[in-house]
Design a protein around this ligand. Sequence first.
Ligand SMILES: [Fe+2]
Ligand SMILES: [Fe+2]
Length: 166
Amino acid sequence: MKSVDILVAEHKIILGNLREIEKLIPRLTTENIQMLTPYLEFLQGYADEQHHAREEKILFPWMLQRQPDLQQGPVGLLLKEHVQARAFVASVTQVVETLVVDASGVKKVQETLNLFLSLYHAHIAKEEDILYKIAEQIDAKTHDGDKCMFLEFAKLEREMGVRNGL
Ligand SMILES: [Fe+2]
Ligand SMILES: [Fe+2]
């Protein structure tokens, strides 16, 4: 299904950024912590406002309409992980935006980013190994996945573009 392929392609881009963040973590100091800013913007924009929105507003509802018991299973769990991921990113952003970051601030950021990375790697694995496979199975029966989701994906992208002033 093309809609799932798009989400997997977005995971690849997110994973590339996570690898760079992982390399940065041990090198962070009170002097250079602002190096994280573009990565935090990427996580808030591309990973959350675009990728998570595609899952939460389009893929998950399409799946739940056809298989409501997923709410108590993988969809419910993955939604909770989006909330956790958002909270980790917000907490790191709060420290990085502080005018003077001390050593304990750097340590907090390093710990939070490590938690974020392990949560997010496991999250992507669960989606690709379990949830997206269920989506493909549903589509094999209903044959309406791309018909329902493809245009919605494009619409969301346009809305994002408008918000970013593009
Ligand atoms: Fe997700
Ligand atoms: Fe995802």
